[in-house]
Design a protein. Structure first.
Length: 527
């Protein structure tokens, strides 16, 4: 008999501090919770796990399927057995050789679904495969010579490849479980299937991306790296393919454009061609870094963190009174045990991002403090893109013009003083003292000041032990390209836009799910 055990709460102090994992130690706790003996339990499977850090000590919360020995009776509900997620129904005679532009989460998963349907998609990316990309990044770190076509932002897997691989999302997409299972099959840790806040890690995610690419190739997909798209081929309000930067014309039954946040020039080209879009709110901000021990101490309330617990996270929001005229600010892309990276598409520009490896074992914690720029701040999309480029250029110059990051102590940011304590940092090119406060628009900077004062009440030392590092511009797109509510096509027949560059997603899992949804819509429309 299999029963479902919900809301099993166990304080972390119930386990040996030196244990590397505790899932194998749950049987006596399950038995006590259910009023059984350990011998009554034949086995169990964790189906959900979260950590409640509000309680001190923190509490692990589990949902499990528990298999009982014969003749054991309980009042608990029978468990529903987990079955693998299934592909949506696919057409029997799919169109061949559709184009997919971009190999970030949206493009890669759109290509995977199309390949699964037998379409033999052709996948283009201006950047390069993860192996080449990793080598180019290593050269950048050693020489400070930036390759605009292969870096932390551009290339196979998109920005998320080197940004921790966080897979938590608010999406309720029916594709979410299928994507997680695909990631596990491709080499991601199995616990992403049940953790409330799963992550893969930037040391593992490149292998996952590579294996998904190989899976697509095995199903007939073709990848063309180093192939930038210049414009679309359009006739009679229909997109019949693309024209590459080398002038090659590539025709297709339909095109999925998943160009990502780094391809602002391609978004501008779509607008020039008249593809319907609207301005939307988008976020800018700055990174803040702390010793991980500070975050652990504040979030867990423990003098030392047990090995099995993992580095502590935080998620803070500041909502100042409307009468202040200040904006809401939230923490974003929090990277426990992580590193701050330079992540931009243009040479002699600078924007930050954060990443963590699977173990999240660096001595630093970082997050981005973001606030929203409303569309009424800009005359049009071109003005919004120019604003972002201008911020990145100013950050690069302020850092010294060599990809060092402009930085300021959090206390100096609050006081408006150009101060930088002698702190070590995870940022690979070092820090340069600068008035980061002055790099941002005044209202946005003042809103972050108010947020810092609020966050310092939630986490003691957030200001005194914090370092403000760089400017972050790659959070979301200022533009959302419109879709036909029935067909999901853009205003050009035969053109489908997906993911973050389309303004339709935010984060790895939501972008991947959007790519799958768009690919399925394109297939349905063909037949």
């Amino acid at each position: 008999m299999m029963i479902c055990v919900k809301n099993l709460q166990i304080p972390v102090t119930a386990f040996p501090a030196e244990a590397s994992e505790v899932e194998s130690l749950l049987k006596p706790h399950i038995a006590k919770f259910c009023g059984l003996t350990a011998d009554d339990i034949k086995g169990y499977q964790v189906t959900a796990k979260s950590i409640d850090g509000r309680k001190k000590p923190p509490t692990l919360i589990y949902t499990l399927n528990v298999e009982l020995t014969n003749n054991v009776k309980t009042g608990l509900e029978t468990a529903e057995l987990l079955t693998p997620a299934e592909l949506p129904p696919l057409p029997a005679n799919p169109p061949l050789y559709p184009l997919v532009v971009g190999t970030g989460p949206a493009g890669l998963l759109a290509a995977w679904l199309l390949a699964s349907a037998g379409c033999r998609p052709v996948i283009l990316d201006r950047g390069f495969d993860v192996e080449t990309r990793a080598a180019d990044i290593a050269r950048f770190r050693s020489s400070r010579v930036f390759n605009p076509e292969s870096n932390y932002l551009i290339g196979e897997g998109g920005a998320g490849t080197f940004s921790d691989g966080k897979l938590y999302t608010g999406t309720r997409s029916p594709y979410a479980r299928l994507i997680l299972e695909l990631f596990v099959k491709a080499g991601a840790p199995p616990e992403i299937l049940y953790l409330k806040r799963p992550h893969v890690g930037s040391d593992i995610l490149p292998q996952v991306i590579r294996n998904i690419r190989r899976d697509i190739q095995a199903m007939g997909g073709k990848f063309m790296f180093g192939c930038a798209v210049k414009t679309l081929q359009v006739k009679n309000n229909r997109c019949s393919g693309i024209i590459t930067a080398r002038g090659e014309v590539m025709e297709a039954p339909f095109t999925v454009l998943a160009h990502g946040l780094g391809a602002r020039s391609l978004s501008s080209e779509l607008l020039r061609l008249g593809v319907h879009a609207v301005l939307k709110g988008f976020q800018i901000g700055t990174r803040i870094e702390h010793p991980q021990t500070l975050i652990d101490r504040n979030q867990f309330g423990l003098t030392s963190r047990p090995a099995f617990l993992g580095a502590a996270e935080y998620n803070f929001v500041s909502r100042p009174p409307e009468k202040t005229g200040l904006k809401n600010v939230s923490t974003f892309c929090m990277c426990p045990g992580g590193e701050i990276l330079p992540s931009m598409a243009l040479a002699e520009h600078l924007s930050t991002n954060g990443m963590s490896c699977y173990q999240r074992d660096s001595e630093y914690a970082n997050s981005c403090l973001i606030t929203t720029c409303q569309p009424d701040m800009f005359a049009d999309a071109t003005a919004a893109f120019e604003f972002l480029n201008h911020l990145e250029k100013r950050a690069f110059i302020s850092g010294g013009g060599d990809y060092s990051a402009p930085a300021q102590s959090a206390a100096g940011f609050v006081r408006g003083e150009k101060t930088l304590n002698k702190v070590r940092s995870s940022y690979c090119f070092g820090l340069s003292p600068a008035a980061v406060h002055d790099l941002l628009p005044k209202r946005e900077a003042d809103s972050i000041v108010a947020a810092l004062l609020h966050f310092d009440k939630l986490c003691r030392g957030f200001i005194n032990d914090g370092t403000i590092i760089g400017i972050e511009t790659g959070v979301s797109s200022p533009v959302r390209f419109l879709r036909n509510p029935q067909s999901a096509e853009s205003s050009l027949s035969g053109l489908y836009l997906a993911g973050e560059g389309a303004g339709a997603a935010g984060g790895i899992l939501s972008a991947a799910a959007d790519g799958m949804k768009i690919a399925e819509s394109a297939l349905k429309n063909q037949g």
